[in-house]
Ligand binder design. Structure first.
Ligand code: AMP
Ligand code: MG
Length: 327
């Protein structure tokens, strides 16, 4: 009787459970494949809230807001803020400053999310002044268990280009500690898979709606993290002004890409890299990913798709407006 009941209610076969939650300025969705693990999704959402409270520049009491205010900080090496800052510093160096967490002055000046279509642009002088304040990254040093950070006068940090990737790894670690074997974590389009099975992850059409894909990539346990010019933007004079800044110009990056996806092990690095590749463009961007041991897929503005050699076989174009140019 018991076994029949189980067959009827399906409790012998694990059922996927998916829940969503707004955190870190975006919608986070987590799927586990066993109803008994649903409670751990809620633990992940609590963790995301905690991370947001620690690193968001929109939370006045966060560690990063206080660092921006004070100009310096000493953090425990095991804190999330310190770990994200160390990753940010690494991607800054490897990308020659294309990824620069110090772009807060530019981010505040442009206020992409706060502008509407047709709004005037910031003045050239103001852009140049904010750009100068964004250059140089930040000083970071580690001594024993203490990480020291120092900012230049008027400089400020924004970890929006790297924190979600870090958060994906933290959620994955939490789920694994609880014994979860397989899970899919999606933080605003940045995907972290858990478990050795095959996951087919959709890559979003950068000129379509949120559920329109241009490709599917088949991966194991990894991060699949995308930066694109469609996430936040406004349009003025027929031009799109989006949220990823080129530190060389102080303006939204115009590298000929519509999106850059990075696939690989460390979430924070993959996230920082996706932003860097979007700034650097196709050739420099793909070379940077390969040099750091990551795979990448980019969509150019003529809808041609380029990727690193290691991911080509796992990539399937699903929309025939897009064309994969073999690496
Ligand atoms: P992502 O979607 O990961 O590319 O992150 C975009 C966010 O990163 C923006 O909303 C900014 O907060 C921040 N950002 C923009 N430009 C840069 C840059 N060149 N380097 C680092 N972070 C940036
Ligand atoms: Mg990023």
């Amino acid at each position: 009787m018991l076994s029949m009941l189980c067959a009827l209610c399906g409790c012998g076969a694990p059922q996927p459970v998916h829940r969503e939650h707004f955190a870190m300025g975006t919608v986070a969705g987590i799927t586990v494949y066993n109803t008994r693990h649903a409670q751990y999704i809620d633990e992940c959402f609590t963790l995301l809230n905690e991370l947001e409270a620690e690193v968001s520049i929109n939370v006045p009491e966060s560690t990063i807001s206080r660092l921006n205010e004070a100009g310096s900080a000493q953090l425990g090496g095991e804190t999330d803020a310190a770990k994200i800052l160390l990753a940010a510093d690494r991607v800054y160096t490897e990308s020659g400053g294309a990824f620069n967490a110090g772009i807060l002055p530019l981010q505040q000046l442009w206020d992409i999310g706060g502008r509407s279509d047709g709004d005037p642009l910031p003045a050239d002088d103001d852009i140049e002044q904010a750009r100068q304040l964004s250059l140089g990254g930040f000083d970071i040093g580690q001594s024993g268990d203490t990480v020291s950070i120092k900012l230049g006068e008027g400089h400020g940090l924004d970890l929006g280009g790297i924190a979600k990737g870090y958060a994906g790894d933290r959620c994955a670690d939490l789920l694994k500690e609880r014994g979860v074997k397989h899970a899919l974590i999606n933080i605003g389009g940045n995907v972290r898979t858990v478990g050795g099975r095959e996951f087919r992850i959709g890559l979003r059409n950068p000129r379509g709606t949120a559920d329109e894909l241009y490709a599917v990539v088949t991966v194991g346990e990894t991060n699949v993290i995308t930066s694109g010019d469609y996430e936040r933007y406004f349009t003025t004079g027929g031009e799109r002004y989006h949220h990823i800044f080129d530190p060389d110009t102080g303006r939204p990056a115009r590298s000929g890409l519509l999106s850059a996806t990075v696939i690989g092990g460390d979430g924070a690095i993959a996230d920082g890299l996706s932003t860097a590749i979007f700034v650097l463009g196709r050739d420099e961007g793909l070379a940077l990913a390969e040099g750091m041991g990551y795979e990448a897929v980019v969509v150019a503005d003529d809808y041609k798709v380029y990727c690193t050699g290691g991911i080509a076989d796992a990539l399937e174009i699903t929309d025939d407006k897009f064309e994969l140019v073999s690496p």
